[in-house]
Design a binder for this molecule. Structure first.
Ligand code: ADP
Ligand code: MG
Length: 608
């Protein structure tokens, strides 16, 4: 038998290798745009015809190439960006594998025009199927233009795999916006079949986001910014009301490289929890910058997946940075910086630092930055909660009497002596309770707070701590529509635990034997009717179980409404009960129950 192994001809080897890098026109778009960025351009124009199948061209005003480099650039593994293996861990450029141009040249017809500022003339090169067809000097502006024509003209099988123009165009726009988003300091345009579809002037990141994602995000972006020794995060998230039913406007960059990470996406979604509906997606454009030595970007040919040396710390960091940002903009109360339970239990987060870990590199320096830069609350579960319980002081009469002030005969006090901290709470607009101490004040929304309090009380009721019921002196009957009667019948056992005793009396009629003791007596009938009304209102929402709907409707219905004047005692009761809650910071539906206004921040606003 003869030996059977043969070396593949170069052009076939190149075509096979190209398959990893250039899968569709959009892959070439990404590579060419990144090369332009790496070349230091501040003006980059993308021109495509026929969804990139006929032409993908990128023109930049970057540093250009010498004659020799222009030719070299198309060799496989030809790169100016790394020289040895150590460089691989210090990468600041988008490219480094030296494969893109070689791959493009293997599966298309390529025309390169380039000139460096220091050269008199430029260089023109034409390559077909990895073979140089022409090379000559030309007059050209400083910069580079690379045109890729007739993609896969020499690999018909792959050409047949391309999708419709609409689909391919969408991929192109995706890649284009990812690069353009990461470099707002660079002008980008996209012209498709002669029509300019994007024209993105240089500007700030915020302006770039609005240019790309549309004006609807104007004034709806919340800035995220946290810095530690280990990494920085910055960018924007959309306010919760901009969340969409489809995933789309979500961008995550590491050292300016767009990456796909379900894990980190999850961290962001977690930060938004309770603020948006479960099935909706918030907008974000977040950038993490860190020393490249903590990254492996070489895990995937298109570099859209990367590996961090400590992914869990990054997760915790991203989540708390976003939460913090949302809190700062008073979208969620400042109090709750709890980490997701699964993260809370991670060793890196929950265990104290060992000496060894402290001295070890990166991760611990982030951890220290976390715990030192007054951000301990990010990690220390509920520490803020304790803090807020201290913040709220019980009414005077419950505290030991202060020593009587010394009486002075010389000076007649003009004002009546007041204790340093008056425990009189203030009600504003018959809707808000103001709780103050020397660190600032809380503005509690009385109805939202009460809804939270009732909700947790009802949850506990169903877990075996029934709500106290009060027997009606004169049990009234209530007659319902047939459908409502069926509904009520189903709810009876749970209602009993919640303080409602109702007995079926036949013919869609019920006798109201008892109602919750807290409820005003005398209008039991109206209370039950309202409760049913509220329940039906909730029942269109398929997210909740029957029980959950019942709890939510009762909490909503029984809560003290905004516009109700409260006594001191009522305000104290609400405040205390709120901070005794498991999750005091939002209503069951995710509305804030209170906002925190810090004195030091107010002082800052007034230039103090
Ligand atoms: P990589 O970007 O991984 O180095 P490429 O195949 O994309 O590999 O490019 C090869 C080399 O060609 C680059 O390292 C760079 O030196 C040069 N090059 C490519 N595109 C440009 C451009 N637009 N301007 C200047 N130089 C370029
Ligand atoms: Mg490249």
């Amino acid at each position: 038998m003869p030996d059977i192994i043969q070396l593949l001809p170069d052009n076939i080897a190149n075509q096979i290798a190209a398959g990893e890098v250039i899968q569709r026109p959009a892959s070439a778009v990404k590579e060419l745009l990144e090369n332009a960025v790496d070349a230091g351009a501040d003006e980059v124009k993308l021109i495509i015809n026929d969804a990139g199948k006929a032409l993908v061209q990128v023109i930049d005003n970057g540093k250009g190439m010498s004659i020799i480099d222009a030719r070299m650039a198309f060799e496989r593994h030809a790169t100016s960006k790394i020289r040895n293996i150590d460089d691989l861990f210090q990468i600041r450029t988008m490219g480094f594998r030296g494969e893109a141009l070689a791959s493009i040249a293997a599966v298309a017809q390529v025309e390169l025009k380039t000139k460096r500022a220091e050269d008199e003339t430029g260089t023109y090169i034409e390559i077909d199927n990895s073979v140089v067809k022409k090379q000559e000097p030309i007059a050209f502006n400083n910069g580079t233009s690379i045109a890729m024509k007739n993609l896969f003209f020499n690999v018909p099988a792959r050409r047949n795999f391309l999708k419709s123009n609409t689909a391919e165009l969408r991929h192109i726009v995706d890649e284009f916006t990812r690069v353009a988003m990461a470099f707002p300091g660079i002008f980008f345009s996209l012209t498709s079949n002669g029509q300019e579809v994007f024209h993105l002037d240089k500007g700030t990141l915020k302006q770039r986001i609005v240019q790309i994602l549309g004006n609807s995000y104007n004034a709806k972006l919340v800035s995220v910014e946290e810095q530690t020794d280990y990494l920085n995060i910055y960018g924007f998230v959309g306010k919760p009301e901009t969340a969409k039913k489809t995933r789309g406007d979500q961008y995550f960059f590491v050292n300016n490289r767009f990456i796909k990470s379900a894990y980190l996406n999850h961290a962001i979604m977690n930060a938004f929890e309770e603020l948006i509906a479960k099935d909706s997606f918030p907008m974000y454009a977040l950038f993490i910058d860190l020393n490249p030595e903590h990254l492996d970007i070489n895990v995937h040919p298109t570099k859209q997946e990367i590996k961090f040396d400590d992914e869990k710390i990054i997760y915790a960091f991203v989540q708390s940075a976003v939460k913090h940002a949302l809190a700062q903009f008073s979208i969620t109360p400042t109090l709750d910086f709890e980490l997701d339970a699964s993260i809370q239990h991670l060793d890196a987060v929950s265990k104290p630092l060992t000496e060894e870990k402290k001295s070890s590199a990166a991760a611990s320096s982030l951890y220290q930055a976390f715990t030192q830069k007054n951000q301990a609350h990010f990690i220390d579960n509920k520490s803020d909660l304790r803090h807020w319980k201290d913040f709220y002081e019980p009414p005077l009469e419950q505290r030991p009497a202060a020593p009587a002030p010394l009486h002075s005969t010389e000076q007649k006090p003009l004002v009546k002596d007041e204790p340093a901290h008056s425990n009189n709470l203030l009600q504003l607009h018959a809707s808000y309770i103001v709780v103050q101490n020397d660190q600032g004040y809380l503005l509690i929304h009385q109805q939202n707070a009460h809804e939270r309090i009732l909700y947790e009380r009802f949850v506990n009721a169903l877990k075996g701590k029934p709500v106290a019921a009060q027997q009606s002196l004169f049990p009234s009957t209530i007659e319902l529509a047939a459908a409502d009667a069926v509904l009520l019948q189903e709810l009876l056992p749970d209602l009993q635990l919640l303080g409602y005793q109702l007995e079926p009396f036949g013919n869609n009629t019920f006798v109201i034997q008892a109602t919750p003791a807290d409820l005003d007596q005398g209008n039991e009938k109206a209370a039950v009717e309202k409760m049913l009304e509220q329940y039906k209102h909730f029942s269109v929402d398929i997210r909740f179980t029957k029980k959950e709907k019942l709890l939510r409707s009762l909490a909503l219905q029984q809560s003290i409404k905004a516009g109700t004047m409260l006594s001191q005692k009522e305000m104290h009761t609400i405040t205390e009960a709120l901070f005794a809650c498991e999750t005091p910071n939002t209503t069951p539906n995710g509305k804030p129950t209170y906002m925190l206004f810090r004195k030091d921040e107010m002082d800052k606003m007034f230039g103090r």
